[in-house]
Design a protein around this ligand. Structure first.
Ligand SMILES: [Zn+2]
Length: 232
């Protein structure tokens, strides 16, 4: 194989290596987490917080109703057990009872509404919990697949690296230095084919004399414009 043909082979291996490394980087990025699962967990926390707030309101209203019952019962007893005979005092008790019962009714109405909200909140929380469980299972399977894929790519990269080392050893050191330098500066493509009379790297027209020398395989030449190494 000519030196240029050896460089082309090296460039192909380098392209394979770059693709495998990009694929591995992608797999590793995907292993960082599952955005859908994160969102579902966030929603579950929110649903739990909402339910806790509603339950606290429910407790407060139940306590309030109980407190009013505790005040109503002795007043009713006083009203009917005959211990109070003074009509003015009886009217006062009646009035007080009306106020207490009206207050109790308001709290009970609010409680009915809150119990309804609590039911909705419980349903939403269990739905959110279900979503988290489902996505956790999916994520666990995905992670397993991604870890397998990462291992497969890691092995492939190790084999590519070995081939690259062997191929690089076939190229004269000075030419290899030029190749590496161009590869770094020219977006990974150091060797350019001659197409017709133009450089496939930069599309410039190549002088005939240079073109003939390259096509004859007499010399390793670089493009006068983009500096890439010509490949007949
Ligand atoms: Zn060029």
């Amino acid at each position: 194989m000519s030196q240029v043909a050896e460089l082309v082979a090296l460039q192909e291996i380098d392209a394979e290596s770059a693709a495998a490394r990009a694929a591995l980087a992608d797999v590793e990025a995907r292993l960082q987490g599952d955005a859908e699962l994160d969102e579902a967990r966030r929603q579950l926390i929110q649903a739990e917080a909402e339910r806790a707030t509603i339950v606290a309101t429910q407790r407060r209203l139940e306590d309030e109703v109980e407190r009013l019952n505790d005040r109503i019962a002795p007043e009713e007893k006083r009203l009917y057990d005959g211990s109070v005979r003074n009509p003015k005092e009886l009217t006062g008790i009646q009035h007080e009872l009306e106020l207490l019962k009206a207050a109790r009714e308001r709290q009970e109405d609010a409680l009915v509404e809150v119990l309804d909200q609590a039911e909705t909140a419980s349903r939403q929380r269990s739905e959110a919990q279900g979503a988290v469980t489902r996505l956790e299972e999916r994520w666990s399977r995905t992670q397993e697949e991604l870890r397998l894929e990462a291992r497969r790519l890691g092995d492939a990269i190790a084999r590519i690296d070995q081939r690259r080392e062997a191929q690089a050893a076939r190229i004269p050191p000075r030419l290899l230095v030029t190749y590496e330098d161009l590869r770094r500066r020219k977006g990974g493509t150091a060797v350019a084919r001659i197409k017709g009379n133009t450089c496939s790297g930069c599309r410039i027209t190549i002088p005939d004399a240079l073109r003939s020398r390259v096509l004859a395989g007499e010399t390793v030449a670089q493009c006068p414009n983009c500096e890439r190494i010509f490949h007949p």
